[in-house]
Design a protein around this ligand. Sequence first.
Ligand SMILES: NC(=O)c1ccc[n+]([C@@H]2O[C@H](COP(=O)([O-])OP(=O)(O)OC[C@H]3O[C@@H](n4cnc5c(N)ncnc54)[C@H](O)[C@@H]3O)[C@@H](O)[C@H]2O)c1
Length: 422
Amino acid sequence: MNVFKTILAPRPIIKYTISILKMGTKTVAGKKIRVGFIGTGRISTLHQLYYKNNDDAELVAICDKNKGTAMNHAEEWGIKKENIYTDYQEMLGRDDIDAVEVLTPHSSHRDIVVAACEAGKHVSVQKVPCMSLSEYDSMQVAARKAGIKLKIFENFQFHPPYRKALELMKTIGKPVAVNIRMWQSVRSLSAWAVPISSWKWRISEKDDYKLPTLWDDGYHKHNLVALVLGKKIDRVQAWNGGYKLYKLVRIDVPAVISYKTKGTEFGTWNVAISQDLPIRSDYYGCEEMVEIQCDSGIIWVNGCTGNMFIDCPTGPGAPGVYWIDSNGKWNSDCTMQTNWKYSFMACTKDFIDSIKDDRLPYRSGDDARHVLQIDLAMVASLRSGFRDVKVDSITDGLPKHLTESEDIKEPEPNTEEPEKIE
Ligand SMILES: NC(=O)c1ccc[n+]([C@@H]2O[C@H](COP(=O)([O-])OP(=O)(O)OC[C@H]3O[C@@H](n4cnc5c(N)ncnc54)[C@H](O)[C@@H]3O)[C@@H](O)[C@H]2O)c1
């Protein structure tokens, strides 16, 4: 089954005309969907954008275990003092909140999501959804039991240039390979201030397997590779070096990750960091470029998280989509919204629309589970001498004895005679 086909299919355009919405276990009479945030750290500022002056949904309450962090946003977001919480259970106890967004570190997701489901709230949880497949399955069971929508928030697939590339693929043949290039900079020209607390949990084993880029940002990249190839990923092989930030903290890049389907399609994601790379960005100090080879054409997408391609008149060109079509002709489209924030707004809209239209959100269910399984297979590869790991060999969390061969299935021997190169 092509599990990734659904995202490429035309989206149902169902107008919000009914006044009574069936929302899981509750009925809400013709009113805006009322949302609460759990976690108001760095990324919550991009989640809040969709709710500004919105006819369909409003942000009504916020919760952060650190009250000061929540208070910092309250005035700007129009949240009254009585709607600020430090205990998410207390916020979940409110009957006038329909849905929550979970924006906390990864190891806390499972418990918060299950509690929110049990309280009858629709839930959007930021990637990475949780730390293991059994945690993921328990979130799904809780959501099904409660009859609510559970969305795994993966915004890159909503980046307008990526959407355009996915559309184009319908006209230039089947994909055979996808390559994601990512640049990181320690001292970019412009970037967000990210508090140390935001990095601290990312270098911990408990929350992030000590992989601040590969486990965390990796979820986006694995998802994009699988989405573009339109197939499940069968095997993953990962290598990483290491980099000492300010000669103090060791992080997980540079790295090269390769993905293979059961057929001959493959993907790569490679990322490297430089001290003074002059990346311009409104957000993190990084940038991406994606190249997709299809049967009868090639597509390039310049730019995603950063603004590195802005004002690039020649060479790779401005942010947008470039492609060679089946006649060998060059084309480009840079008219879409390219700032990274639009991917967040579109992804949040998908959550709200899924509630209104009573349909599955993107990602959810088995699709999102598969991406988590790829993430775990990548960690298993990194921890077992960069071995080729079969994605299906991951059945829960990380295998216990990663250096022992019985925990990770060896690749089946290739019995085909290699073709001779004359
Ligand atoms: N889609 C993306 O591109 C993207 C980018 C950055 C972060 N994220 C994801 O967003 C989530 C949050 O990341 P961040 O960078 O904002 O982290 P952060 O550390 O800046 O913010 C997390 C906040 O959660 C709060 N918190 C922790 N446990 C809590 C609890 N039990 N109850 C209430 N509040 C609690 C913390 O006090 C903190 O303010 C993570 O899942 C991360 O992977 C996604």
